[in-house]
Design a protein around this ligand. Structure first.
Ligand code: KIV
Ligand code: NA
Length: 265
């Protein structure tokens, strides 16, 4: 199968084919995730929590993301590789461009992801003008956890939901190639997906989005402590990580995941 690119992902949205996405942080898991048929792999700043053991993603640096992206890139043959821009690495358009270039040139990322809505419009425009593929991240923004006061569902109030739909549209107009939506009610996930031409990937955003993403360690039952409502343990009933990952990809493609118990409504 040929490697996945931006236009593959856009065609999948048009065809109504669910896009299966996962995070990965090293070459061995990247290989398993890729072999399972995952379409998009994100080197998320969630690595601050699951790899480094921090309570939040705030301490992660650009060099951390580059190191893990480089390792993941070596394990992939087919999946599209996205890397997260960490906290405070995109304070202005020039800094965002410089760090995006580093993630692409030194890490091997094919797209960068950044958190935020209207405040990121100028940055997304600047990156798009330089042909840097961008994934915008709306809804729950973990880098803002200390400002929000915890990891909470976003966009429950009608005016906030409408504002998120408008922001998503403005990000698309600014040049975002994908929008990721975290921790929002099903109805809002659906509304953003219908409003946009670009693919919308959800995590805790309900079933009516163009694709799903989860943190690898959460679905392999490695994460200890409390996991979010949208997490499903795919190791249950399977005796190897490879098989568990295949069952995740199948569940996303068949739209068996997420089930109502994984959703906010
Ligand atoms: O850092 C991350 O892993 C993410 C995904 C959970 C969307 O941003
Ligand atoms: Na992230």
């Amino acid at each position: 199968e040929p490697p996945v690119n931006v236009s593959t992902l856009h065609k999948m949205k048009e065809a109504g084919d669910a896009i299966a996405c996962l995070t990965a942080y090293d070459a061995s898991y990247a290989m398993l995730v890729d072999n399972a048929g995952t379409d998009l792999v994100l080197v998320g700043d969630s690595l601050g929590m699951v790899i480094q053991g921090h309570d939040t993603t705030v301490p992660v640096t650009v060099d951390d993301i580059i190191y893990h992206t480089r390792n993941v890139a070596r394990g992939l043959r087919r999946a599209f590789l996205v890397a997260d821009m960490p906290f405070m690495s995109y304070r202005n358009p020039d800094q965002a461009l410089e760090n995006s270039v580093a993630l692409m040139q030194e890490g091997g990322a094919m797209m960068i992801k950044l958190e935020g809505g209207d405040s990121q419009i100028e940055i997304v425009k600047h990156l798009a003008r330089h042909d840097i593929p961008v994934c915008a991240h709306l809804g729950l923004k973990p880098q803002s956890v200390h400002k929000i006061g915890g990891f909470k569902v976003q966009g429950r109030e009608p005016e906030k939901a409408q504002h998120m739909i408008d922001s998503a549209q403005r990000l698309q107009d600014a040049g975002a190639d994908i929008v990721l939506l975290e921790c929002v009610p099903n109805e809002l996930g659906k509304a953003v997906t219908e409003a946009l031409d670009v693919p919308v990937i959800g995590i805790g955003a309900g079933p009516d989005v163009d694709g799903q993403i989860l943190v690898l360690y959460d679905i392999l039952d490695i994460t200890t402590g409390r996991t979010p409502r949208f997490v499903k343990n795919f190791m249950a009933g399977h005796d190897s990580p490879g098989v568990a990952l295949q069952s995740y990809v199948q569940a996303v493609k068949n739209r068996d995941y997420p089930a109502p118990e994984h959703c906010f409504s």
